[in-house]
Design a protein around this ligand. Structure first.
Ligand code: UDP
Length: 240
């Protein structure tokens, strides 16, 4: 795995699951993954042992993998077990959700049968705003609110669809169904759209192909037990 040689400097901000630091290189940040877990807009709080390490290593592996498919990402290299160096991005405050199987909020909102394979993947946009409970928005909201222009949205959608196709088969070869996941994009210094944030069991729903067992954050959300074990199992399979 690529390793980055930058020095960690001042803490820039701390979110629910990650901390971002400045480095001695002004174009590079470090994102450190915490073991803290939250759900339901931060109402449920807990810790998942070694989650930070799993999410960092899995994200690094997948960013690297996606770069091979010409999806630009913010990944620079690994910096510690639970931290990676990333290109500084101006983040677009929109969550891009891709779905292959109906579950979660899709079932609640539309009454589709839980676990039903979707005829066509569904792409959704949500405004990143915890206070407003991340309301669902469409492309016109994104443009009208000035978060991205039409060309950027086109590119984001194309990347999201490609990432879905690539990762769906990546996980299937490792006996997991990629049910749905969330992506965040940003702009690099040169104005290029790149994938940011993370790709981990915190942001993807992954079900075991054989047993249907949930191997992601839903184990924490729904108090299913064996949460740590599920995260470890996903990382083990990702490395296969
Ligand atoms: N997701 C996420 N962060 C969010 C909301 C959703 O990572 O703030 C992910 C979630 O893990 C799932 C997918 O996006 O893989 C779709 O989530 P959904 O809309 O079903 O919401 P939920 O049921 O998690 O509230």
């Amino acid at each position: 795995m690529k390793e980055a040689k930058v020095k960690k400097k001042k803490k820039l901000y701390e979110g629910k699951a990650k901390i971002v630091y400045e480095t001695d290189n002004e174009d590079i940040y470090i994102q450190e993954f915490k073991d803290d877990a939250t759900a339901f807009d931060g109402q449920k709080k807990g810790k998942i042992k070694n989650k930070g390490t799993v999410n960092n290593q899995m994200s690094g592996h997948l960013f690297n993998y996606l770069e091979n498919y010409h999806v630009p990402t913010h990944f620079v290299g690994q910096q510690a077990d639970n931290a990676m160096a990333i290109h500084k991005l101006e983040m677009i405050p929109v969550e891009v959700v891709m779905r292959n199987i109906a579950t979660g909020s899709l079932v609640k909102r539309y009454g589709v049968e839980d676990g039903k394979e979707l005829e066509h993947p569904i792409l959704e946009f949500y405004l990143k705003d915890d206070e407003k409970h991340d309301p669902m928005i469409n492309e016109d909201h994104v443009v009208s609110f000035g978060h991205a222009n039409e060309d950027e949205i086109k590119l984001i959608k194309r990347y999201a669809q490609k990432i879905n196709a690539v990762l769906k088969s990546f996980f299937f070869r490792r006996d997991m169904l990629l049910v749905d996941f969330k992506l965040e994009f940003g702009r690099s210094k040169s104005g290029r759209i790149k994938l940011g944030d993370e790709i981990s069991p915190d942001t993807c729903r992954l079900w075991d192909v054989e047993s249907g067992e949930k191997l992601d954050k839903d184990r924490f959300r729904q108090d299913l037990g064996k949460v740590e074990e599920a995260y470890q199992e996903v990382l083990k399979r990702v490395y296969k």
